[in-house]
Design a protein around this ligand. Structure first.
Ligand code: ZN
Length: 430
């Protein structure tokens, strides 16, 4: 079979060194980066003049189908928000609704430059269908909760294994499946130990919320006489294949454990600020050499999935938290949203930087706009001045998903119409 080629010319390539040039994509990989490449043999040519080319952004903690719950309940404490609003509404979800919510999330992510995400939710084979159709790349997990109930625990094992069996490595390898125990305070030690054993056996990764609120930390200390990461280490749960979302309240000892075990962190500053959970000591964790990536969390607690906005808020949060404007510089936070995310998902050989041989997951951001003029250091502009609406073209796995802000794999009008209807349907079930 003939290979498909795409050439992007006249663009500013944000690689190790920032330079003007052309890039050739052959099927799903980057095959050449040069100052000037001939457009003659390329099947498709994209003019990158006035735009910068960045690696596709990696959102390492989200819940796609929660887009249907966007704006449903704001300005509440986490406990009330979850118990009185989110969980009762989620109880009425089904596969069809999760599929529609996930498709809306895929459209939103593509339109704001995300090409890879890490999800935890329910009805994940329906979510996988949306991911397959949209052309984006995703790591999905069935969220497991047993609250100490044995029947529930067995059902969670069964569903997790079913999703791995059905979806892992599907859609040309774009979809991977991990195990997703919700959190140490909602899962029994027995469940967590089973997850650890199965993940090692099956060679899949683990996605878990840890230390999101101070309340959670107190709860774990009361129950296990140890802080969350200490408890997880005591049961031999932690390893390099673990991604811990939030991690707002790690002690110095816990940060040492995180570093020693090679655990990856997903920092979710907007969600943590909106629910007033606190500000994670990200600058300190990065200083210790911990891999910290960036996530938006679900659209119900953000309320969007814009990784460009998330980068800015991550940087601002660290500065105000430490009273030091020199911490978490634009370059550092840009790395968190790209190679840091790829590393956190075990995909740093394939994604996260623009290099020959890596996957063709690329984003062109338009720099010709009043809020981005005059053109100076592109990473400064990307982090502090740009937003998701500046993303012009998105390529994932060598397929163009959006060009000139027009979605090519999804019909935006249909996606929006279906989402409105699904949200109405969901609320009418309460
Ligand atoms: Zn979450």
């Amino acid at each position: 079979m003939e290979s498909e080629t795409i050439l992007i010319k006249n663009t500013t390539i944000i690689a190790n060194e920032i330079k003007k040039g052309s890039i050739l994509l052959e099927d799903d990989r980057i095959s050449s980066i040069e100052e000037n490449l001939s457009t003659k043999d390329a099947d498709t040519v994209i003019d990158g003049e006035g735009k910068v080319l960045i690696p596709g952004l990696v959102n390492t903690h989200t819940h796609l189908s929660m887009t249907l719950l966007r704006g449903l309940a704001d300005d509440l404490v986490l406990d009330t928000w979850l118990n009185d609003h989110i969980w009762p509404t989620e109880a009425n979800l089904d596969g069809g609704l999760c599929y529609v919510g996930a498709k809306l999330a895929c459209a939103e992510m593509i339109k704001s430059g995300t090409t890879t995400f890490n999800d935890m939710y329910f009805y994940m084979d329906h979510v996988a269908q949306a991911v397959d159709e949209s052309g984006i790349r995703g790591n999905i997990t069935h969220g497991m909760l047993d609250q100490g109930d044995e029947e529930k625990r067995k059902a969670e094992y069964k569903e997790s294994l079913r999703i791995i069996d059905k979806c892992h490595n599907t859609a040309d390898g774009r979809i991977k499946v991990s195990l997703g125990p919700h959190a140490p305070y909602t899962c029994s030690t027995e469940l967590l130990s089973w997850v650890r054993k199965k993940a090692s056996q099956l060679g899949v990764r683990i996605h878990i919320h840890v230390s999101e609120t101070e309340f959670e930390v107190k709860n774990i200390i009361d129950t296990y006489d140890a802080r969350p990461f200490e408890y997880l280490d005591n049961i031999d749960f932690l390893d390099q294949d673990v991604l811990a979302a939030h991690t707002v309240w790690p002690s110095d000892n816990e940060m040492d454990i995180i570093k020693e075990r090679g655990v990856n962190i997903s920092h979710n500053p907007v969600s943590n600020m909106k629910l007033a959970s606190g500000i994670s000591p990200v600058a300190k964790m990065l200083d210790k050499g911990i891999n910290v990536s960036l996530g938006t969390d679900g659209a119900a607690s953000n309320n969007n999935m814009d990784m460009l906005e998330e980068m800015k808020i991550a940087a601002l949060g660290q500065k105000v938290n430490t009273f030091d404007p020199t911490v978490l510089k634009a370059d550092d936070v840009f790395k968190m949203a790209t190679i840091g995310g790829a590393t956190a998902l075990g995909l740093s050989d394939e994604l996260g930087t623009i290099e020959v041989g890596k996957k063709a997951d690329l984003v062109l951001v338009n720099m010709k706009a009043p809020h981005l003029a005059p053109y100076r250091h592109p990473i400064s502009h990307l982090v502090y001045a740009a937003n998701g609406g500046d993303v012009d073209t998105v390529i994932c796995n060598g397929q163009i998903l959006m060009q000139g802000r027009k979605l090519l794999t999804l019909d935006e009008k249909v996606v929006l119409g279906e989402a409105e209807e699904a949200a109405r349907d969901l609320l009418s079930r309460r």
